[in-house]
Design a protein around this ligand. Structure first.
Ligand SMILES: [Zn+2]
Ligand SMILES: [Zn+2]
Length: 345
């Protein structure tokens, strides 16, 4: 089978690999029907994910059909259509039992697929701890509707879940890329008074305005004043920092009102400064990333009920054989790309 492979920093290539086999009774083999490309894949390429292992197959966003299961797998069976969770977790350790699956203590715990073990930008993928990592897609939900459940939608859901948003709040989301949109969709379900989304790229601002007309949109340059003018108490009650840009961490805490909650969803390429003397007395609460992606079943239910729809994010479709072209378009943000769907073939 063909697989998009991390050769070395700066270099990905489509290579030929043998089909994965079950290695553990808790494994499943999934035939990938659609995968996608994530900004985190580009972080691997640019060397900002030191844990990434050269030689592995990339891809941690995928849906597929269960092909084979190990003897200890009980939740799914061959033929089931499933979402695959970005995170591998045992379900039994201290962190898993508390829902902090990102910090699962298993050697493969956390983000392993497409980073430390072979991922899904290929035809077949081995999923460890299949009972934790796979969720059945309801019959009325299509593969494309379910594509982002295991990664960016799980991230948005997690961010909204820990954000403590109330109906009185003005929520500021920094970043209108795919994860920003997923965060927006999940934050909306908490019915805050107002959502402001700040995005530097004009095409993305247009995308937000077109699809989510109830959301106030601004640029980073006008963000401070805009947030102040559109909130009740000197800033946003909740800030969700999804952008991960050079100055966006600063923007996040500057736009927050005193005693606000700031959720850092972004994965930065650089260290960030926490200027405590400057923010002294503002009494902010920070919650930092990565996603505890263990709510896929709940997200699938919201999709089934029509409360979340991420299909507008899919702007481009390519067969697996042309994934290198898909990467070129995604990496260079050509043709107003938001997300690509990589299909079989
Ligand atoms: Zn990702
Ligand atoms: Zn665990």
């Amino acid at each position: 089978m063909i697989a998009m492979t991390y050769i070395e920093p700066g270099k990905f290539a489509l290579t030929e690999k043998s089909r994965p086999r079950l290695e553990n009774p808790r494994d499943a083999i999934v035939r990938v029907t659609i995968s996608s490309i994530c900004t985190s894949d580009l972080h691997i390429k640019h060397g900002s994910v030191p844990r990434a292992v050269p030689g592995i197959t990339l891809g941690h966003e995928m849906v597929g059909v269960v092909e084979e299961v190990g003897s200890a797998v009980t939740k799914v069976k061959p033929g089931d259509r499933v979402t695959v969770n970005v995170e591998t977790y045992c379900g039994e350790c201290f962190f898993c039992r508390h829902g902090y699956v990102n910090n699962c203590t298993d050697p493969n715990g956390g983000w392993a697929l497409g980073c430390r073990i072979d991922g899904g930008q290929t035809q077949y993928v081995r999923v460890p701890f299949a009972d934790q990592g796979l969720d059945r897609i309801p019959d009325t939900v299509t593969d494309e509707q379910a594509l982002f459940v295991g990664d960016i939608l799980a991230t948005g859901y997690w961010a909204a879940k820990i954000s403590e948003i109330t109906p009185e709040d003005t929520v500021l989301i920094l970043g209108g890329g795919p994860t920003g949109v997923c965060t927006l969709l999940c934050a909306r379900l908490k019915n805050p008074r107002r959502i402001i989304l700040c995005e530097k790229e004009e095409a993305r601002r247009r995308f937000i305005r077109r699809h989510y007309p109830d959301v106030l949109v601004c640029t980073p340059e006008e963000c401070r004043e805009f947030t102040l003018a559109n909130s009740g108490h000197g800033g946003a009650d909740v800030v969700l920092e999804v952008a991960g840009g050079e100055d966006t961490f600063r923007l996040a805490w500057e736009c927050a009102r005193p005693n606000a909650i700031v959720i850092v969803v972004a994965l930065y390429d650089q260290d960030q400064v926490l200027p405590l003397p400057q923010m002294y007395g503002k009494n902010l609460t920070f919650k930092t990333g990565g996603v505890d992606g263990c709510d896929c079943a709940a997200i699938l239910k919201l999709i089934e009920e029509g409360k979340i729809d991420t299909t507008p994010l899919i702007t481009h479709r390519f067969p697996l054989s042309r994934i290198e072209e898909a990467y070129r378009i995604f990496e260079n943000r050509l043709d107003e790309v938001v997300k690509v769907a990589i299909t079989e073939g």
